[in-house]
Design a protein around this ligand. Structure first.
Ligand code: URA
Length: 233
């Protein structure tokens, strides 16, 4: 059965019921030119988020750290990398991944022809955990709201979660990185689906270099996806 009508804007809408399924057809034009958010809007939202994090209370991490480490890189990038938390060097400089793990991260990106300056980098927690300990589960949960907002603002096409803290922050603690790494996953944040890859953290690779071969497989997958999606970096 087909029914057809025009609304006041002269848009034709027809309905077809076939095998108990209703199909709706309309000649309403589709806007294929999605407007990109302006750089100023992104920067403003990031500043607001930073202010929000700065106001966090009753936080052991904040009490012990010397500064907030928010992010580094291109805030219009289609690739967003999430690490664990600032170390000593990051705490001094105020930028993520500027110590030894950062040097390895830069090399890993270079190996797939990606320049660090063309990606956006942040961490699960934004203050250095004392003695570089892993963030506690309650800290990961507390900061995961900020991370989710951060991801929504950057709106990446590919999200790379480095290490188990980043994985736990978005997927919970019931899964194991050794099983989950290297697979494309989807995560819904604020009604939007993000494509995501969990991979080993560079600091872990410095301690366990024999596992670099797995990271290399993951990196090649990421490169393949960048090419498939035609991402310009
Ligand atoms: N390790 C991380 O996870 N993040 C940094 O910023 C530095 C080291």
């Amino acid at each position: 059965m087909v029914s057809e009508e025009k609304n006041q804007n002269n848009i034709i809408r027809s309905e077809l019921i076939l095998d108990n399924t209703k199909y709706i057809f309309t000649d309403k034009p589709i806007n294929r030119f999605k407007t990109k958010p302006k750089v100023e809007d992104i920067s403003l939202k990031l500043e607001e988020l930073r202010d929000e994090i700065e106001k966090i209370e009753n936080c052991e991490l904040k009490k012990n750290a010397s500064k907030l480490v928010f992010s580094d890189g291109d805030n219009r990038s289609k690739i967003m990398i999430v690490g664990e938390g600032p170390g000593q060097k990051e705490d001094e400089v105020g930028k993520p991944f500027v110590g030894d793990a950062g040097i390895l991260l830069n090399k890993m990106l270079k190996s797939i022809s990606v320049e660090r300056k063309n990606v956006y980098i942040t961490n699960v927690v934004n203050y250095r955990p004392p003695n570089n300990r892993k963030p506690e589960p309650n800290e990961i949960t507390k900061y995961s709201n900020f991370l989710r907002k951060h991801i929504s603002i950057i709106d990446p096409k590919i999200l790379i979660l480095m290490g188990s803290s980043a994985m736990e922050s978005l997927f919970g603690s019931k899964i194991k990185i050794t099983k989950e790494r290297g697979l494309w996953k989807e995560i819904i944040i604020n009604n939007k689906t993000y494509l995501c890859m969990i991979t080993f953290h560079p600091a872990y690779l410095l301690r366990q270099p024999e596992n670099k071969k797995y990271s290399w497989t993951d990196l090649k997958e990421i490169r393949k996806k960048i090419d498939q999606l035609n991402l310009i970096l």
